[in-house]
Design a binder for this molecule. Structure first.
Ligand code: NDP
Length: 273
């Protein structure tokens, strides 16, 4: 039976085994998918052992995405620019391919909820690993513009420079945002995890502004509750992105696209969010 795994530390909270088990059942694929805790200095050894024992592919979560980037023999363009890998696949010639499916997971979640990105003005708050991973797929949707804003402004400027040749992208400081207008605001900061707001002006939130928080969990996230209270009609959390990135990994491994909406519904029921 083909073996897949997710490596992380911690790993108990991972929803990936739940998601991939449902994908496999839904598409009739004969495979196993398990979560594996890895010591902080043990990623390379764990991956070597997994592939030596016949493993076909793995997901990588915090804090090993950069190590997986180094581990891969070959990289997709989106992984190269993201500087991080969340999916490894053993190719037939023994080469290990590294991909990053996070950004496509976000884009697919938005599209499946009827939110088109083409010709829209998008604000991306945050400039950490999650932001970096989604920029190329967002630009590929040909938005009217993508603005990055981050608490530490220099990090946003660096990202805008890195991706400048891939589309219309710019950086603004948080205190330069007042008076701007955006169709879609994506919060890629971890602020909601500590019940904090990322520091953008309330004037950006209009009834038609689509607000997306990459954080997910029980109940509405801090950012989404704030946006909703300011009148935003559409607020989305990151659960759909999580399922979306998993669907992209599954597609890369198995060559078959699973139905993400159905699995997202099941996961929401389980998590009560
Ligand atoms: P990083 O640690 O790399 O970056 C964190 C970012 O959040 C930085 O830009 C940081 O700003 C900003 N930040 C943190 N706290 C605050 C605050 N109180 N106010 C303003 N900005 C803040 O983390 P990642 O980029 O890897 O992950 C960010 C979030 O995205 C996490 O919560 C993670 O769970 C989520 N995520 C969700 C995914 C999904 O599938 N739904 C996938 C990947 C990530 P500064 O640079 O100034 O420190």
């Amino acid at each position: 039976m083909d073996k897949y795994v997710v490596f992380g530390n911690p790993i108990e909270q991972s929803k990936s085994p739940f998601i991939h088990t449902l994908f496999a059942r839904q598409t009739g694929q004969v495979m196993t998918y398990q979560a594996q805790w890895v010591a902080l200095d043990g990623f390379t050894a764990a991956a070597d052992t997994f592939f030596a024992e016949g493993g076909r592919g793995c997901n990588i979560t915090v804090p090993f995405k950069e190590q997986a980037f180094t581990y891969a023999d070959q990289l997709t363009e989106r992984a190269r620019l993201a500087g991080a890998v969340n999916t490894l696949k053993l190719l037939d010639d023994g080469v290990v391919l590294g991909d990053n499916t996070d950004g496509e997971g976000l884009v697919q979640d938005l599209l499946q909820h009827g939110v088109s990105l083409a010709d829209k003005r998008i604000l991306l708050i945050g400039a950490g690993g999650a932001a970096r991973g989604v920029i190329l797929p967002l630009l590929a949707q040909q938005p009217a513009g993508l603005v990055i804003a981050n608490r530490t402004a220099e990090k946003a400027e660096q990202l805008a420079t890195t991706f400048a040749s891939h589309g219309r992208i710019a950086a603004l400081a948080l205190d330069q945002l007042d008076g701007e207008r955006f169709d879609i605001i994506i919060n890629s900061t971890s602020a909601s995890l500590s019940q904090q707001l990322p520091g953008i002006p309330a004037t950006l939130i209009q009834p038609e502004t689509v607000c997306y928080d990459m954080v997910y969990g029980t109940g509405m996230t801090t950012f989404n509750a704030w946006a909703k209270a300011l009148g935003a009609r559409v607020v989305m959390d990151g659960l759909g992105m999580l399922v979306g990135q998993a669907a992209e990994s599954f597609m890369l491994w198995r060559g078959i696209r699973p139905g993400a909406r159905q699995v997202q519904r099941e996961l929401r029921r389980t998590l009560q969010c």
